[in-house]
Design a binder for this molecule. Structure first.
Ligand code: NDP
Length: 312
């Protein structure tokens, strides 16, 4: 009789499909928003503000607008020219804060140099701050109050819970301590009862720290910095990094063609990890889906309605 050879998981089996998970989440948000409209007459509304002509930002804003409309929400995009004064931008924010049909406000970063980004972000009503960058929302997250949670960490934790179930007691190491990814990710994992370490550019012996991690989150912005031998066998790796590097094909690279890679050397890491998010197609699609989730939740709270659970 032929012996059964156990199926060793391939890189494909190990890759966490953020694109598929995000599509499912957007479907659930679409259904929940339709019910909010049918039962309470409320259509969630998201306003996106972009200042200047940065091509990457223009693409992000267009994608956000299209996805918002597909989810059955109201989508307003305010395109301001690069010379817009800070006072005019703040006046627009005040107008959006006062608009009862707008539940979420997102100001696309980066803003032109003459505008103080912090002053603009802090002018957004915290309850409409669907990016979760307002200092009030950072504080709410830190003390465990309901607020708006930054989209990328929120989406990353959803993927982790889907891959691992209960995260209690696991060692999580986050490389990166930015206000938009590293720090909120640490708060969210602490709330999931992980033991959390935050590493950064001054951390000593980063490879040894990473090898302690059951969950390793890379949010550094350095292409493929985290190598396979930094990873504990069986760990789950969340690669938040988005880095544009020259094409792997030297001819295409000479023509200026590029490709996107994460902060983790994917193939090496996938050989050791149990699960890993690819770049692209891992965390990236979750960010925009969580923006819609936050807009739906903001619309519910503004109207005294309990949001439906959006978990799978
Ligand atoms: P920041 O530049 O704000 O933060 C980077 C962090 O990495 C800092 O805390 C820095 O440490 C740390 N760091 C830098 N170099 C090293 C090093 N050699 N060793 C250890 N730590 C280091 O970046 P963001 O948090 O905004 O973004 C991180 C990555 O995630 C980027 O690639 C970005 O493009 C991507 N990103 C992806 C999103 C998505 O939707 N998937 C959304 C947001 C970001 P220190 O504080 O000491 O300087």
């Amino acid at each position: 009789m032929a012996e059964t050879i156990p199926h060793a998981p391939s890189i494909v089996d190990k890759a966490i499909d953020g694109k598929a998970f995000a599509a499912g989440l957007v479907d659930r948000i679409t259904g929940a928003s339709a019910r909010l409209r049918a039962d309470h007459g409320v259509q969630p509304g998201l306003a996106v503000v972009i200042v200047g002509e940065d091509p990457a930002s223009q693409i992000y804003v267009r994608n956000k607008g299209e996805t918002t409309l597909r989810a059955g929400m109201r989508s307003d995009t305010h395109r301001l020219d690069a010379g817009t004064s800070q006072a005019d931008l703040l006046a627009l924010i005040a107008q959006l804060n006062a608009d009862a049909g707008i539940h979420g406000i997102l100001v696309q970063l980066p803003l032109p140099g003459h505008i103080d980004s912090t002053a603009v972000l802090d002018a957004i009503d915290p309850d409409k701050d669907v990016d979760g960058f307002h200092v009030v929302n950072a504080g709410r997250l830190a003390v465990g109050l309901p607020g708006m949670v930054p989209c990328t960490p929120l989406g990353s934790v959803m993927l982790l819970k889907d891959a691992l179930g209960d995260l209690s007691g696991l060692n999580a190491v986050i490389v990166g301590r930015s206000n938009i990814v590293g720090k909120p990710m640490a708060q969210l994992l602490l709330a999931q009862n992980c033991t959390v370490t935050i590493a950064h550019s001054r951390s000593r012996d980063l490879p040894a720290l990473c090898r302690e991690a059951d969950i390793l989150v890379a949010a550094v912005g350095r292409p493929e910095m985290i190598r396979g031998d930094w990873i504990k066998p069986g760990a789950v790796v969340i690669d938040v990094g988005i880095n544009r590097v020259p094409s792997a094909d030297p001819v295409k690279a000479a023509e200026g063609k590029t490709r996107v890679v994460g902060d983790v050397a994917f193939k090496e890491a996938a050989a050791v990890a149990s699960r890993i998010t690819p770049v692209p197609g891992g965390v990236g699609p979750m960010t925009i889906a969580c923006l819609l989730a936050n807009t739906y939740v903001a619309a519910c709270r503004a109207n005294g309605v309990e949001p439906q659970p959006l978990d799978a």
